[in-house]
Design a protein around this ligand. Structure first.
Ligand code: GTP
Ligand code: MG
Length: 338
């Protein structure tokens, strides 16, 4: 079964945590990371915390094979550091065609006043590398000697795993409204960030996608420039304990209350079959660490049900804390697990 996990707002919805949970709960055989190193996924597990910019968050499952999509872009220093930090040597593979970001790309973006000023880019060289790719100048994984032992045919591996009836998890990055096509242009990232784009980045056709899980946070955050409907002043953000610091840039995340209109549209743009909501414990402190739906405070349950009726897809996974295991999993009762 193939599942794609995508962000429903402006990124940082907690995809890393949801993917880590699913990799453990669903016996995921193969996980594929899409996107690039401008996205940081936080994984907390067994009392440790990781910030991943290249590897799939599914590394917490020691049996999962960790692949990087042909459409992804990585920096080699970041990749090797994360392999060491997660102890994932020997089970991380890149596609022949995965794009490699080099120092020159980072420098080019730092010199770009439009990107650093108006757009508020993370300046990780991703846009520059992406434009080189479009101009057919980017060097790919197959061009690097030090990657020789790690280069594979990712679409073929995914196809083979699906053929054997194994679970494959595709980890998208950023969020629907940072999409180059469907987001708040020009305050967007350098790629499409919806489910179809991630299928394409991996090299799997739409007919093989079984589930699309769109992840929302219980409130909306955004870093960098661009519109944020209902944005709260920083003092109010702190009063509500919604303060967050961006994983890659260390910038303070802007925040606004949950946006039903954007959520509904994200369900449409991704043809989501399920939704996950993270940080319910931040809206309802009594929900902290709860793992059963029936044990949630009444108000918290009511709010999730309101979201469900507004977005018209079931909320199957609910985050109640940063740890990968702090999840209420309603998939069985809602008829999703086969
Ligand atoms: P991008 O690909 O950059 O968009 O990242 P992401 O979607 O993986 O999210 P990121 O890890 O950057 O930010 C989410 C933050 O929320 C992290 O600090 C997580 O540890 C935290 N988090 C995720 N789920 C929960 C939850 O259910 N409760 C609490 N309290 N924290 C959570
Ligand atoms: Mg992030």
């Amino acid at each position: 079964m193939l599942t794609i996990v995508v962000g429903g707002f402006f990124g940082d919805e907690g995809k890393g945590k949801i993917v880590a949970y699913m990799s453990l709960a669903d016996d995921v055989a193969v996980a594929v990371r899409c996107g690039a190193v401008n996205a940081g996924h936080t994984v907390v597990f067994n009392g440790k915390s990781w910030k991943l910019r290249a590897l799939p968050s599914a590394f917490v499952n020691r049996n999962t094979r960790l692949l990087i999509a042909p459409g992804a872009l990585v920096r080699l220093d970041v990749l090797f550091k994360e392999i060491r930090e997660t102890g994932s040597e020997g089970r991380v593979f890149l596609d022949f065609n995965t794009g490699i970001i080099e120092e020159g790309h980072v420098e080019r973006e730092r010199r770009d006043a439009y990107l650093s000023g108006k757009v508020g880019s993370t300046l990780q060289g991703v846009g520059a590398a992406m434009s080189d790719r479009v101009l057919r100048r980017l060097r790919l994984a197959q061009d690097f000697k030090e990657l020789k032992h790690m280069v594979r045919d990712v679409p073929a591996e995914v196809s083979e795993a699906l053929g054997k009836g194994l679970n494959v998890l595709v980890e998208g990055t950023q969020g629907t409204y940072l999409s180059l096509y469907h987001g708040t242009y020009p305050y967007v990232t350098s790629r499409d960030t919806t489910a179809s784009a991630f299928a394409s980045e991996v090299g799997v056709g739409p007919k093989h996608v079984d589930e699309v899980v769109v992840v929302f946070k219980a409130y909306v955050t955004r870093v960098g420039g661009g519109p944020l409907e209902g944005e709260l002043p920083p003092e109010e953000v702190s009063r509500r304990r919604w303060d967050e610091v961006a994983t890659v840039t260390g910038r303070r995340r802007r925040a606004a209350p949950f946006n039903f209109r954007l959520a509904r549209r994200a369900v449409m743009l991704n043809s989501a079959t399920q939704a996950a909501i993270t940080k319910l414990d931040v809206l309802y402190p009594d929900a902290s660490g709860v793992r059963e739906w029936s044990k949630l405070p009444y108000e918290a349950r009511r709010w999730v049900e309101e979201v469900e009726s507004e977005i018209r897809v079931p909320v199957t996974l609910v985050g109640t804390g940063p740890d990968a295991t702090q999840v209420i999993d309603r998939r069985k009762e809602l008829g999703f697990l086969r």
